[in-house]
Design a binder for this molecule. Structure first.
Ligand code: ZN
Length: 190
C-alpha cells in the first residue's frame, strides 16, 4: 500500500500547483484575456508563472505556456527544463506543444482537455511522439472542472457582448438574455 501513499502525495501537489495555474488563469480573465494560466515547477518550487496575454501584448504567440517556458529558462539560465513540470489549465495547442518538446520538461500536467485542437493527446500528441527528440510524461484532468467553468464563462460573456454589438450596429435595443444556444464545451481555443 506504500504505492497508494505516494500517489496521494503526488496528486496533492499536482492539485496545489494546478491551483496556482488557475490563479493565473483568473488573472487573465480579469484582463479580458482567454483564461489560461501556467506555472513551471522544479524541485517542489514554482520558478515561473504566467497567463495568456495575447490581447495585452498584441502577440498571438503569447500563450500562458510560451511565457512560462521563457520565464523558466531565464530563471534557470538554461533552455533545457529537465526535471521541471509544466502545469497548465488547458491542454496545450500545437504551437505550445512544439515549444514544450524543445524545452524538454520531464512532465506536463493539464486541466481541461481540448479534443478539437489539443496537442497533448486531444487532437494530436506532440508531447509523446517518436518523431521528436523528447517525450514528456503527461497527466490530465487535474482541477479540470474549474478550468472548464472559467473558459465557458469567458466565451459565454464574449458571445453576449458580440450579440449586443451586432444589435447596436443594427440600431436595435438588445433583447433580454435568453441564455439559449450556448454549446459550452466546444470552444477551448486560446
Ligand atoms: Zn498554446
Amino acid at each position: 500500500m506504500a504505492d497508494d501513499g505516494e500517489l496521494i502525495i503526488d496528486l496533492g501537489s499536482d492539485v496545489y500547483f494546478m491551483g496556482e495555474a488557475l490563479r493565473e488563469a483568473r488573472r487573465a480573465a480579469r484582463l479580458g484575456e482567454v483564461p489560461v494560466g501556467a506555472v513551471v515547477v522544479r524541485e517542489g518550487r514554482i520558478i515561473a508563472r504566467a497567463h495568456n496575454q495575447v490581447e495585452t501584448l498584441k502577440d498571438a504567440t503569447a500563450h500562458a505556456e510560451m511565457l512560462a517556458l521563457t520565464q523558466a529558462q531565464n530563471k534557470l539560465g538554461d533552455w533545457r527544463l529537465e526535471g521541471c513540470t509544466l502545469y497548465v489549465t488547458k491542454e496545450p495547442c500545437p504551437m505550445c506543444g512544439g515549444a514544450i518538446v524543445h524545452c524538454r520538461p520531464g512532465r506536463v500536467v493539464f486541466g481541461v482537455g481540448d479534443p478539437k485542437g489539443g496537442a497533448a493527446g486531444g487532437w494530436i500528441n506532440l508531447l509523446q511522439t517518436e518523431n521528436l527528440n523528447h517525450r514528456c510524461e503527461v497527466a490530465s484532468g487535474v482541477l479540470e472542472q474549474e478550468s472548464r467553468v472559467l473558459l465557458q464563462a469567458f466565451f459565454q460573456e464574449a458571445r453576449r457582448r458580440a450579440r449586443e454589438r451586432a444589435l447596436a450596429a443594427a440600431g436595435r435595443v438588445p433583447e433580454a438574455e435568453t441564455g439559449g444556444g450556448c454549446n459550452g464545451g466546444g470552444e477551448l481555443e486560446g
